[in-house]
Design a protein around this ligand. Structure first.
Ligand code: SF4
Length: 162
């Protein structure tokens, strides 16, 4: 019983410490520096292995290329977007870093629960720029979005060069 209490206390203190760290972390530089953000975004558009896009969401040629890259159909390729990518951060702390108003956490949660498409800006931890939820890139990976401050802080801790 004594060990169990110690463990609970340890977990609670660790959680509080992580939460405090998340609160104190600065915004990623690209969210505050337009020139850096634009440079990183343009690199992501141009790099053969990233191909961030499409610029125009109805650009079918882009989705056909993405489908070919993933060896699937354009309709299936369209299901892999920034909004469900593991690196796409729309946590409350990241929302505070974004210039201007973006979609609220509540609206995002409702759209996800109702399986509706939703559009907003978020931060891409893989390529370090503000990306749009309805776009995608060749390095997309399942598991997102990041909606939690602690998870966001964890990505930032592992990206200390930002
Ligand atoms: S890594 Fe994910 S969040 Fe970043 S641009 Fe690609 S699909 Fe979007």
């Amino acid at each position: 019983m004594k060990n169990e209490n110690h463990l609970r206390k340890f977990i609670r203190e660790s959680f509080i410490s992580l939460y405090e760290q998340a609160k104190n972390l600065e915004c990623p530089e690209a969210t505050q520096n337009l020139e850096l953000n634009t440079r990183n975004r343009n690199s992501a558009i141009e790099a053969d292995y990233i191909q961030y896009g499409p610029l125009n969401l109805t650009d079918e040629a882009y989705w056909e290329r993405a489908a070919e890259h993933w060896k699937t159909t354009p309709d299936v390729a369209k299901e892999s977007r920034c909004y469900n990518c593991v690196a796409f951060d729309v946590s409350p702390r990241m929302q505070d870093c974004m210039p201007g108003e973006i979609m609220s956490q509540e609206d995002i949660s409702n759209a996800m629960e109702e399986n509706r498409e939703w559009e907003t800006l978020g931060y891409c931890w893989m390529h370090k720029f503000k990306c749009h939820s309805a776009r995608t890139c060749y390095t997309w990976a399942a598991g997102g979005p990041i909606k939690d401050d602690l998870q966001s802080a964890d990505w930032q801790e592992r990206n200390q060069d930002v």
